[in-house]
Write a protein that binds this ligand. Sequence first.
Ligand code: SF4
Length: 434
Amino acid sequence: MNVADSQRVGSSLEHLGYSFTDKAEEADVIVLNTCVVRQSAEDKALGRLSSLLPLKRQNPSLVINLMGCLVGVRGAEKLRAKLPFVDVFSPPSDPGPLISFLTQGEIRSLEDAETTRRFLMMDEELILPQAEQGKLISAHVPIVYGCSHACTFCIIPYKRGVERSRPVGDIVAEVRSLAKQGVKEITLLGQIVDRYGKDVPDGPNLAGLLRVIHEVEGIERIRFLTSHPNYFSDDLIQTVAELPRVMPHIELPIQAGDDEVLRNMKRGYTQQDYRELVAKIRERIPDCSVATDIIVGFPGETEEQFMQTHRVLSDLKLDVAHLARYSTREGTVATRRMVDNVSEEEKMRRFRMLEDLQEQIIAEINARYLGQTVEVLFEEKVKGRWKGRTPTNKLVFVESEEDLKSKTLPVNITWTGPWSMQANLVKQPVLISV
Ligand code: SF4
């Protein structure tokens, strides 16, 4: 989501005549887009911000914009007092405050300000920053902002506000515009992406939106994340199964494999519900890959409860497990009402156990690809090898002197490991016209 938000800010600034530099000392405007999903991310953002202070002292006209979850949606009064050298505070997904600040002298009326702001934000027609035009193969498109769930460990609803689905027309216009700029793969984003449209009477749901986007010329692959098990409907499974350009890869966090822990997290499903959903997805979408998120060491998690999570992962053999150790976040229900009573050493031990298990699982899953022919969309050359992804989102490297960028080609898998695979291009028959 932050990558997508940053592209919007970059694009808006280019419309104002700015150009991109990756050297902070050269910049007239510095935008620091922040994530606070974990305390370590927040600490890192604040550390980076402090490192900009000497630049501001040297050049008082430098504009520093703090954006994203560190600012949140509830006003930045406390931050303003704490960080007086920051000129502009912007909530997540909103370049508006920065644009208003940079254009303030040039605008005569409130109406002008709103028109300028809308124009510059280019909400319906995202123009990529110049550095990415014609080069970006895969782009992220937010379709639902915020989250109205209240998982007890999570800070996101307090920072990104209530759930708001974007109008279908805006999303489709943006996807069309990205396709014209050379983008081949679109990932639709939402904190709970499968709740898309639930706040809009008469609008399409995610399945309906996928069907519309599937018709956009030039887009070869469509993905979406992150799904919540409670909203992953039969209709959505059927749609993914039917539409060839919607990739068979689902991001479906379980967070824990024990029902009491899941209740304490307020996730709203049981481990059995999750198992049944994965079974249904695999039955209807053959070869679908499923990724999950898991938190270990949630307050009160016993050894037996952790082992339940271990069992679920071991039984389901999912393709990816994003693992995290629980950490307290000020403002969350878990921090206010529960005791963080699993020691850091124990959290680390549980984390490592799942990490080892997952490494074995992925190695086994990936080994099944050996000798198979799969389609890979190539993105870029890294250290002499072309990097791309299979429909199931597996990373593949190919050695080739040809320019493979943005091409989707069949490859033969020659080596597999847990984190990537190697392959050769399948020789295409050459058609000679006589
Ligand atoms: S669904 Fe839960 S974990 Fe995901 S963003 Fe919303 S509150 Fe956070």
